[in-house]
Design a protein around this ligand. Sequence first.
Ligand code: SF4
Length: 567
Amino acid sequence: MSADNGAGVNGADSESEELSPSEQLDLIPARMLNEYAYCPRLFYLEWVQGEWAESEDTLEGSAVHRRVEEERGRLPPPDELAPEDRIAARSVLLSAPKLGLIARMDLLEGEGGAVRPVDYKKGSPGPEGPREENCYQLCAQGLVLRENGYRCDEGVLYYAATKQRFEVRFDSDLVKRTLQVAREARQAASQPVPPPPLVDSPKCPRCSLVGICLPDEVSLLRNEPLPEVRRLFPARDDAAPLYVVEQGATVGKSGERIAVRRPEAEEVSVRLIDISQVSLYGNIQITAQALRSLCDHEIPIFHFSYGGWLIAVTSGIAHRNVELRARQYRLADDHSKALPIAKAIVVGKLKNQRTLLRRNHPGSAEAALVELVRLARLAQEASSTDRLFGLEGMGARIYFASFAQMLRDPMGFDLSGRERRPAPDPINAMLSFVYSLLVKDAVHALLSVGLDPYRGVYHRLRRGRPSLALDFMEEFRPLIADSVVLSLVNNRMVGANDFVRRGTACALKDAARRNVIRAYEARMDALVRHPIFQYQVSYRRVLEIQARLLARVIAGELPEYRPFTTR
Ligand code: SF4
């Protein structure tokens, strides 16, 4: 950086930047100027929408900072700082309300009556020295110190990867640019939608929020010219769902593991980092420690009745993006905005029902296929949700009338269609059970992007009904749930002996229930080519991507919701 001593900067620039009292309440952390300069959208997602995702880079960064995060040493008030004092204070937090900034400084060194912040970076500098965005963050720390009355003319950037230390002068040019970045960041934060993603940028593969931002996917849907859509996140999750179905079991915590104690079997345990969600069926206890640990790790716990009815969800404090939920409620109340999404969902379901029939029907289902195409076209033109319900119902009758013919053994499945409560036959019992698994995963996907699963755009509001989750899962029913039932029956993984009858109701036996869960999870883990983005991802990832895209439509960032359909 320039060797300018920055004389005359302290005071004059900060006074010209004085903020209104309401702006002062919302202090921007100096670290966020680093994010804004790297990518304005990254800043918005992190700071305004409260998004966060651990990546290898952020974990390494935390390890580097752990050494300096403990508050140690004392920073004397500026008027007590004598020229002969040498100070070293770690993890110092100061705010500068006039500038609207706040900074936690890794280390403050003081000598000769002046102080200088030292900022630790886990990576390496750029080819020509300190990275620009790092300098803005460091300079913001200097400005915070100045507003607090300290003399601060320079700072230090330390890059752990290369063990290099760079002194950065806070000259008038750097201060000007830092204040400009702060101004732009504040302006961006006041907008209702995030800045658009960087287009085809080499920064994105290194960005910890790439799986949340979906830069190439959003750019494509915004009609930006792209050579290709890169899949910039893993095709599958590393963590997996944990199901506890054994009655009388207790779920507890043991170190960094979740342990399941079973009445007549050995205890099993799984590392917390390997769990993505927990499902408890019927009479299962869970300890307060396990519950808290799971919530701390943002792992939701789904509580089902013994029969598979989703009763409750326990999760940590709701996603910080409350503005998204406010928009969701407004949109759900606005028929002209909710209807296009509802139409897309129903069209997606009808198309996917047609695909499943076309792929699996042993004979000719031509009439049904033609009719499903016609219904999808009519759904596209529907002018009300009542009309959509009618078309969806007609589609279901046609589809389920052919469903039995796709089964090697229909086991008494009634050709007239699907019965829900109570399930009268094994096929209906399996469909109900698998749909409840899909509802659970729809709730999980929607919660994780910050939407409220209970306020839908298609299914009516009813107490206790997760309407948006029911809307959202429609397009996936044929591709995931119905497909699982077909493969269980046609691959003889379940048979008539796997069910019990209680009065007119039919239910899965314990062992069969485990088989169904296994088959469902195998389906969720199966890779599928995304029809719009053309890359391969697991169905579980597809749910997450669709939930994020739905959130971006609700937030007003994308013009329309496009359902997931396969050919
Ligand atoms: S993925 Fe790319 S566009 Fe998205 S926030 Fe990160 S750097 Fe910005």
